[in-house]
Design a protein around this ligand. Sequence first.
Ligand code: T3D
Length: 263
Amino acid sequence: MSFQHILFSIEAGVATLCLNRPEQLNSFNTLMHQEVREALKVVQSDAGVRVLLLTGEGRGFCAGQDLSERNVAPGAEAPDLGLSIERFYNPLIRTLRELPIPVICAVNGVAAGAGANIPLACDLVIAARSASFIQAFCKIGLIPDSAGTWALPRLVGMARAKALTLLGERLSAEQALEWGLIYKVVDDTDLRDQAIALARQLATQPTYGLGLIKRSLHASLDNSFEEQLMLERDLQRLAGRSEDYREGVAAFVEKRTPAFKGY
Ligand code: T3D
């Protein structure tokens, strides 16, 4: 597959999707949305893919919507942004969140607008020390989308979520880590290697079980305690039927390294 605005490859169970419009800080135009969607379809349909690594090329991770695509000239008809959200951003966020494999986001630089919220739909966010997160929407009269209004209060609490989204100030990677927005900060020069190492490690793990872990944690945000106990019972039942569970237990008993197949 060849793409114009993304780089996409699959190697050793790791699919790497790199946003590649560095001159525009990897902001999303329509073609990039379409290409990301195509790549994610491949990820969804290829059983050999056991981890997705999302990152960006150049000094930015993603600056959200490409604003040069919006005609705001006096007298021009107002664009239907709801349509754009429904067609592109919501499906993207749903897909990232619901993929039954671990999704790592390596935030290589500034992440603004939708670009600041896309990492929050991923499972493990590693940021370069120089990266930053900007809820830029308020600066142009918009509201945070890409599930930012859902994720932020849950991750950092309502007080900080309001400050981030009403002020639109730059949050450093270190501060994002301290606030519980992301998993890890590494030196800029180490980001790529560390993200790939993490992805490769995860690609050798019991993928099906990892997918069930994601599912149970996501459900816990809306479930009651009792509902969650029942869900754990049901998902553990599924996990216990997997080949990887057999292998994990056998390897433990035989004192050897397990060779997980991902199912
Ligand atoms: O419309 C819909 O579909 C609704 C959905 C909306 C989702 C959204 O994401 S809305 C929010 C859109 N994004 C923003 O408002 C962020 C805009 N960008 C910035 O505020 C700044 O660029 C940054 C704070 C991210 C970085 O600042 P800085 O000083 O490091 O870089 P810069 O000089 O502003 O940007 C570098 C280049 O990237 C520049 O192009 P040039 O002048 O070198 O030719 C700039 O125009 C371009 N760029 C950056 N962000 C965007 C962009 N071009 C188009 N769209 C962008 N969002």
